[in-house]
Design a protein around this ligand. Structure first.
Ligand code: HSE
Length: 316
């Protein structure tokens, strides 16, 4: 009789990366939205994606082109070369939204596969594997979505090789309004508009704001945090890819948002607030501005949340 091969289901959260001055090196995990992936031992070596749901048929089913498949193939190559894994991917996050959708699938797949194989890999090992999914998704193995998707909370990545991850504190009264306009921006496209070189003075300003941001998180000072979330290097290049973004940002700032910026490569836009009520007010403003700009979408208010985890084991 063949041995049972239970499906292990894992969840990985949406993430807001860059957070203003932390391009490619800072991100946070949201509490609510995310992707789920089921993994079980395969009968053949290698990775097979048996199902993808919730993507409107847009994601590649071939394991070597899908972020979840690529990340788990790399896990097998490094840690279990003779094993096989089957995956089912359930997308909860919109594609090309700036919410770390590709990274969430890779992270959920890795956590599920790690559990199915009984490997017990460390979070930093999982983040390093998940970066391979990002490489296939956009051509750059940026860690700022997958690090918070695995660790949860707010994560700084001060070094890539070898990978270093610093979990930062997040104030309990920090709330986010997160709005995804009804247009999509591919990360590759949003990276292609960035300059290869930037002026020294702007780089100094960006570095000082990132320092201020880390200090603000340690002090739990929301006003200081808002002051730090300004990005004069990347945001100006990307703002034109998002209809209505500059008006939405101006309206949120005018109405007292602690900060407003692009989530990752966009078009999702986030505004920070110090209470649920204030975040709801910001969400209403974002909704109104993006609707006026002809790109109505969806949004929510949320807080910083935990990282990827196994949520169930199913014997079907
Ligand atoms: N740091 C990456 C970028 C995040 O801004 O291109 C992509 O979601």
């Amino acid at each position: 009789m063949s041995r049972p091969r239970p499906w292990i289901e894992a969840f990985a959260p949406a993430t807001v990366s860059n957070l203003g001055p932390g391009f490619d090196c800072l991100g946070l995990a949201l509490r609510g939205p995310g992707d789920r992936v089921r993994a079980r031992l395969g009968e053949q070596p290698g990775v097979t994606i048996v199902k993808v749901e919730g993507d409107g048929g847009k994601l590649p089913r071939a394991a070597d082109k899908n972020t979840a498949g690529v990340a788990v193939a790399e896990l097998l190559r490094r840690h279990a070369p003779d094993a096989g894994v089957e995956l089912e991917v359930y997308k909860g996050l919109p594609l090309g939204s700036g919410l770390g959708s590709s990274g969430a699938s890779a992270c959920a797949a890795l956590v599920a596969a790690d559990a199915a194989l009984g490997l017990g890999l460390q979070p930093a090992q999982l983040v390093d594997l998940a970066r391979e999914g990002e490489r296939v998704a956009c051509g750059a193995a940026h860690p700022d979505n997958v690090a918070p998707a695995i660790l949860g909370g707010v994560v700084l990545i001060p070094q890539l090789d070898p990978l270093r991850l610093i979990a930062l504190p997040s104030p309990a009264d920090l709330w986010l309004a997160v709005y995804t306009p009804g247009c999509s921006v591919s990360t590759a496209e949003a990276r292609a508009v960035l300059p290869a070189q930037v002026p020294l003075a702007a780089t100094v300003q960006q570095a000082s704001r990132l320092g201020l941001l880390v200090h603000a998180l340690h002090c739990g000072d929301l006003a200081l945090l808002g002051e730090a979330i300004v990005d004069e290097l990347v945001e100006p290049c990307r703002a034109r890819l998002i209809p209505g973004y500059l008006d939405a940002k101006a309206a949120c700032c005018e109405a007292g948002a602690l900060a407003c910026s692009i989530s990752g490569s966009g078009p999702t836009t986030f505004a920070l607030a110090g209470s649920r009520g204030r975040a709801e007010a910001m969400l209403a403003i974002l909704e109104e501005c993006f609707t006026l700009a002809g790109v109505p979408g969806n949004g929510l208010v949320d807080q910083v949340g935990p990282g990827a985890r196994v949520v169930s084991t199913l014997l079907h």
